[in-house]
Design a protein around this ligand. Structure first.
Ligand SMILES: CC(=O)N[C@H]1[C@@H](OP(=O)(O)OP(=O)(O)OC[C@H]2O[C@@H](n3ccc(=O)[nH]c3=O)[C@H](O)[C@@H]2O)O[C@H](CO)[C@@H](O)[C@@H]1O
Ligand SMILES: C=C(OP(=O)(O)O)C(=O)O
Length: 438
């Protein structure tokens, strides 16, 4: 288990460039399985989850060449489907959530796709029904082995159809889209997820020769084609990292510039952070956060009632930033309710913030009321363990704002989604150390 030692209470200053988007990368990497031609991908973050997926693709026979930092060439012209039946695959496939998205492209191109129950954050139930119902709609036969939690779909040729998803699942929509691009006829997906990750995937697939319309909406129409060709793709900056750095700037009263953020792809993220009182300035394609020397004040609704910040499928506010928002609110002037609607175990980390002195009432597993300190009382340093990726970064931000030295264990949870976080934070003045042996 890796550990960070953090000396908090220092102001940071400078410029920070967000990495390529983790959740986009996981979709885009799976899409290389859809063609025998070369696909070049740029701005790939160097993080545990992405590296695990690249290793899995290699074992599937995909030729992978590193061209430069963050740039790779992939060629899936000799895919080894036998690997899918190996004991090794049952282990590798479990290692991350994103591995689920190899199923759609394999099913579409080779007529079969298998996956062990994938990993990812333990943040409550994470069902896969939407994925498999989608494949079944396209004509696939489904089987599930309850003993070893192994899923499989097979079909000689998928057939396009109309489907209404039971929920706008992000990875589910990506999976179904990647299967449908090579199906016979037209597939219409209603209640599709439409996060920028998916928009990027659809744009890439169209460049490869797919015919997808409705990109960016919740109604996708896909006209199947016989085959796809090669392309080049660049990942957007990671919007969850951008939100994390906004929270970091506010909590440490630091002046930070987050560079090249692709503003137009951030949706409601800047305005939701503004509701907590944070001053976010647009400078070209950068976000500038001035030092909040006098703190920040939560906005109420027009009628004076208390602010609630909740998640929703895009274009709503992403659930992946609610832990950061909640942490930011612990030092705001005023109170707010955080309502995590999607995941039922993602707010339990507030116990650690409470240990640090934050005023939070966990009303139920989905809702927390936060009463901000307005920096009249700083958080106290402590020792903690990172339960999941976003809670981990939230605790890291809390530790950087707290007086004294904090220890965070299980930092693999952070490393799976944030590239070289300690070095990048040190570059803007943070006192953070990765303890020896990790
Ligand atoms: C690898 C990856 O891309 N992971 C992201 C992806 O996970 P993932 O694709 O696994 O998440 P889903 O979109 O399938 O759904 C996440 C959870 O939200 C619930 N749900 C979903 C849709 C809906 O309309 N209502 C609803 O309640 C689901 O039941 C599930 O429990 O999307 C999640 C939701 O943005 C993010 O937290 C994850 O970081
Ligand atoms: C929940 C997340 O990741 P994963 O789906 O990979 O567990 C996340 O990125 O916040």
């Amino acid at each position: 288990m890796g550990t960070f030692k953090i000396e908090g209470g220092h102001q940071l200053r400078g410029r920070i460039q967000p990495q390529g988007a983790k959740n986009e990368a996981l979709q885009i990497l799976c899409a290389v399985l859809l063609t025998a031609e070369e696909v070049i991908i740029n701005n790939i973050p160097d993080i545990i989850d992405v590296n695990k997926l690249i290793a899995l693709l290699k074992k599937l026979g995909v030729k992978v060449k590193k061209l430069d930092k963050g740039s790779y060439s992939f060629q899936a012209d000799d895919v080894d489907l036998k690997y899918l039946e190996s004991a090794e695959f049952k282990e590798d496939g479990k290692g991350l959530r994103g591995s689920i998205m190899i199923v759609g492209p394999l099913l579409g191109r080779f007529g079969k796709g298998y996956i062990p129950k994938p990993g990812g954050d333990k943040i409550g139930r994470r069902r896969l029904d939407t994925h498999f119902e989608g494949f079944i709609n396209l004509g696939a036969k489904f089987r599930y082995n309850r003993d070893d939690l192994f899923y499989g779909v097979e079909a000689k040729k998928l057939k396009g159809t109309y489907m209404l998803l039971d929920e706008a699942s992000v990875t589910g929509t990506a999976n179904i889209v990647m299967a449908a691009v090579l199906a016979e006829g037209i597939t219409t997906i209603y209640n599709a997820a439409c996060e920028p990750y998916l928009q990027q995937l659809c744009k890439m697939l169209n460049r490869m020769g797919a015919k997808i319309s409705g990109v960016g909406s919740n109604l996708l129409t896909i006209e199947g084609v016989d085959k796809l060709g090669g392309t080049e793709h660049r990942m957007l900056p990671d919007m969850i990292e951008i939100g994390s750095w906004i929270g970091l700037a506010a909590m440490t009263k630091s002046e930070l510039t987050i560079t090249n953020v692709s503003w137009d792809d951030l949706g409601v993220i800047p305005s939701v952070f503004r509701k907590t009182g944070i001053n976010i300035e647009r400078q070209g394609d950068d976000i500038h956060i001035p030092a909040h020397i006098n703190g920040y004040e939560v906005q109420n609704y027009i009628d004076g009632s208390i602010l609630t910040i909740s998640d929703a499928p895009w274009p709503g506010f992403t659930p992946d930033l609610l832990s950061i928002i909640l942490t930011v609110l612990t030092q705001a002037r005023g109170s707010a309710v955080v309502h995590q609607k999607m995941f039922e175990s993602r707010l339990f980390f507030v116990d650690k913030l409470i240990d640090m002195g934050a005023k939070i009432i966990l009303c139920d597993p989905h809702r927390a009321t936060v009463i901000g300190h307005d920096f009249k009382s700083t958080l106290k340093a402590t020792t903690m363990t990172s339960p999941d990726i976003r809670a981990g970064v939230s605790l890291l931000i809390a530790a950087l704002s707290a007086k004294g030295t904090s220890i965070i264990h299980n930092i693999e949870q952070i490393d799976r989604g944030y590239e070289n976080i300690d070095e990048r934070l040190r570059a803007i003045g943070a006192k953070i150390e990765r303890l020896d042996g990790n």
